[in-house]
Design a protein around this ligand. Structure first.
Ligand code: PLP
Length: 345
C-alpha cells in the first residue's frame, strides 16, 4: 500500500486538555474548528467529551452542525463567526450558540431566533472579530439583559509572553466587561500560559490540545509514516527531482516516498526537511513534488519500508520552521489521502 499513515493519538489530546485545564481554575473548553485542526472533528470531539469537555468552539455554523451530530445533545457549541445571514436554520436545528459580533448580528439573532442562546464577542484590539467599544456601549445593556452565555474576546499576541499587547487587551477586556454577570473568556492556549489574570471563567485552548506551540509541554499527538515506493543508486553528478536542484556529490541511495504537497507536506519545507528511520535522520533530496519526495538514505544500513516525517523525533513545529510557517498551518494542511489511524484515549 502506497498510502501514508497518519496516526492520531486521542489519548494524548485528552492528556493535553487535562494539562491545560489543570493550569486554571476556570472551565476549560475545546476549540475544534477546521476539523479539529485537521485531525478529525468527530473522533477528537467525542474523546474530549468523554474526558469531560462540555464547551466546544467552531469557526462557522456548518462546522457546528457536524459537531452536533458527533456529540449529540448536551455539550454547548459556540460559533465564532456568530449569526450570519443564512445561518438561522443551522443554528436552530443544531442548537448552536453564535458568538454575536455586531449590532447587525444581534438584531438578526433576536428577530430570527428570539430566546435562543447566544454569546458576545468583543474586539479588544485585534481588529478581527467582535464589537468595538463604541458599538458595545450602544448595545451593552440590551444584550446583557438577555443573559448571554459568554462574553469573550481574543488575544493577538499571546504566544509572546512579554508582548505589551497582552496587558493592553487584558485592561480593555476588563473595562468593557466590568460588573457584568455573564461568564467571561479571553484566553486561548497562549492566554492560558500567561497566567491566572487572563483566565476569567472559561478558557478556549486549540493548538495546545493538538501538541503545538506555544504549549511547549504538550504531549506529541500525531505520527506520519510514509511508504518507500522505490530506492535507487545514484552516481556522483546525477540529479533528483524537478529542476535538478539536488546533485549527488558522492555515490548515494535515494528513496522515493509516497506523499507530497498535495498531502499538505508544504513544498516550502524543501531541502531543510529530513525524515527518520530507526532513530537516524535522512535529509530530503530535491524538491517536494505533488505526490512524491526524494530522500537521501545513503547512510542507513537497512532498506526502510517507511520513513517517519512526524513523530517523537520531530514534531509539527519543526516542520513549520522548515517551511517558514507555524504548527497550526502544518496541522490544518494535512491532506485527505492519508490512512488515518486513531489511538483510543
Ligand atoms: C482559534 C481560536 C482559539 C484557539 O486558539 P489556539 O491558539 O489554537 O489555542 C480560541 N479563540 C478564538 C477566537 C480562535 O479563533
Amino acid at each position: 500500500m502506497a498510502q501514508a499513515t497518519l496516526t492520531v493519538n486521542l489519548g494524548a489530546i485528552c492528556d493535553n486538555w487535562r494539562a491545560l485545564a489543570a493550569r486554571s481554575q476556570s472551565e476549560t473548553g475545546a476549540v475544534v474548528k477546521a476539523n479539529a485542526y485537521g485531525l478529525g472533528v468527530e473522533q477528537v470531539s467525542q474523546s474530549l467529551a468523554h474526558a469531560g469537555a462540555r464547551q466546544f468552539f467552531v469557526a462557522v455554523a456548518d462546522e457546528g452542525a457536524a459537531l452536533r451530530r458527533a456529540l449529540g445533545r448536551g455539550p454547548e457549541i459556540y460559533v465564532f463567526s456568530g449569526h450570519m445571514n443564512g445561518d438561522t436554520a443551522t443554528i436552530r436545528d443544531h442548537q448552536l450558540t453564535p458568538l454575536i459580533n455586531s449590532i447587525d448580528q444581534m438584531l438578526r439573532h433576536v428577530e430570527a431566533l428570539p430566546g435562543q442562546p447566544f454569546g458576545l464577542q468583543l474586539d479588544t484590539g485585534m481588529n478581527r472579530l467582535g464589537m468595538e467599544p463604541s458599538e458595545w456601549s450602544a448595545l451593552r445593556d440590551i444584550a446583557l439583559a438577555q443573559a448571554p452565555r459568554l462574553v469573550m474576546s481574543h488575544l493577538a499576541c499571546a504566544d509572546e509572553a512579554h508582548h505589551p499587547m497582552n496587558n493592553h487587551q487584558l485592561q480593555a477586556f476588563r473595562e468593557m466587561t466590568e460588573g457584568i454577570e455573564a461568564p467571561r473568556s479571553l484566553a486561548a492556549t497562549g492566554g492560558i500560559l500567561l497566567g491566572a489574570g487572563y483566565h476569567f471563567d472559561m478558557t478556549r485552548p486549540g493548538i495546545g490540545l493538538y501538541g503545538g506551540l506555544p504549549f511547549a509541554e504538550a504531549k506529541p499527538v500525531i505520527q506520519l509514516h510514509i511508504p518507500v515506493i522505490q530506492t535507487r543508486a545514484l552516481e556522483p553528478g546525477e540529479t533528483v527531482g524537478y529542476g535538478n536542484t539536488f546533485v549527488a556529490q558522492r555515490p548515494m541511495r535515494i528513496a522515493t516516498i509516497s506523499a507530497g504537497y498535495a498531502d499538505g507536506l508544504l513544498r516550502a519545507m524543501g531541502p531543510r526537511a529530513q525524515l527518520v528511520s530507526g532513530g537516524q535522520y535522512c535529509p530530503v533530496a530535491g524538491r517536494v513534488s505533488m505526490d512524491l519526495i526524494g530522500v537521501d538514505i545513503t547512510d542507513l544500513a537497512h532498506e526502510p519500508e517507511t520513513l517517519e516525517l512526524i513523530g517523537p523525533h520531530q514534531g509539527v513545529d519543526l516542520l513549520a520552521d522548515w517551511a517558514g510557517t507555524i504548527g497550526y498551518e502544518v496541522l490544518t494542511s494535512l491532506g485527505a489521502r492519508y490512512n488515518r489511524v486513531y489511538l483510543a484515549s
